[in-house]
Design a protein around this ligand. Sequence first.
Ligand SMILES: Cc1ncc(CO)c(N)n1
Length: 244
Amino acid sequence: MEFQDGAVDAQVNDPHDAPAPVYEVWRTTAADPAFSEWLRSASEPDWTAVVTHPFAAAITTGEADMRRYLVQDFQFVDAFTALLGAAVAGADRFESRVPFGRFLGQIVTDTERSYFHRALDTLGVDADDVTSPELEPVTVRFQALMDEARLSQEYPVILAVLCLAEWIYLGWASRAAEPSPEEFLYREWIDLHSGPDFEAWVGFLRGELDRLGPSLGEAGQARVLGFFREAARLERGFFDMAQG
Ligand SMILES: Cc1ncc(CO)c(N)n1
C-alpha cells in the first residue's frame, strides 16, 4: 500500500483479525446472504461493542460529556465529507451519485454543520480548537483510513468506509429510548443518525455494496472487508477515546 507523506499506516487487514469466511462459501449457509451482512458479521465483536458502547448509551440518556468527542468528530467529519465527494466521483452510474450529492448538500454541509457550530459554541470551544485542535491518535488513524479510501478512487472501498460509519451510528442511535433528551446537544445528534430518512440512506449504502460486492472476486472482497473491519475497530476506539 502507498501512503501520503506523513500519513499513518491505516493497517487494513490487521494481522490480529480473525480469519473471515470467504463470501462465496459463507453465503451458501447464511440466513441473510447479503454482501453487507457478510461484512457486518465479520466485524464482530467490534460491531456490537460500538452499538452498545457506554459512551453511546450516555448520549442517548443525555449524560455524556460531549466536548472532547465533538471536537474530534468535527475533524472526522471533514475527512468524511471529502470521502462523500469521492463517492460522487467514483460511483458507477448517475442514479448512484444522486444520494451522495443529496446527503452532502442537505445533511453534512447544512444540518450537521449547523449542529456542530452551535454545539461547539455552547460547549465554549475556542476558535482554534474548532478548526485545528490537537488530534487524538484514533482521529489521526480514522482520517488516514478515509484518506486512503478516497485516494484509492475505488468505489467499493469508499463505500465500505462510508457504510460502516453510517450503519453503525444508526445502530446506537436507534437504541435511544423515547423520549429523547431535551437538550439539543444530545437530541439533535441522535436525530441526525436515526429515523426513516437516515435508515433509507443506510439502506442505499448497503444496497450499493450488495449490488457490487458479489462480483468483486475473492481478493477484492477481502480488500473491502479489510477497510470495513478497520473502520469498525476505529469506531470502537473513537468511543473509548470519548469516554476518557
Ligand atoms: C466517528 C464517527 N463515525 C460515524 C459518524 C457518522 O457519520 C460520525 N459522525 N463520527
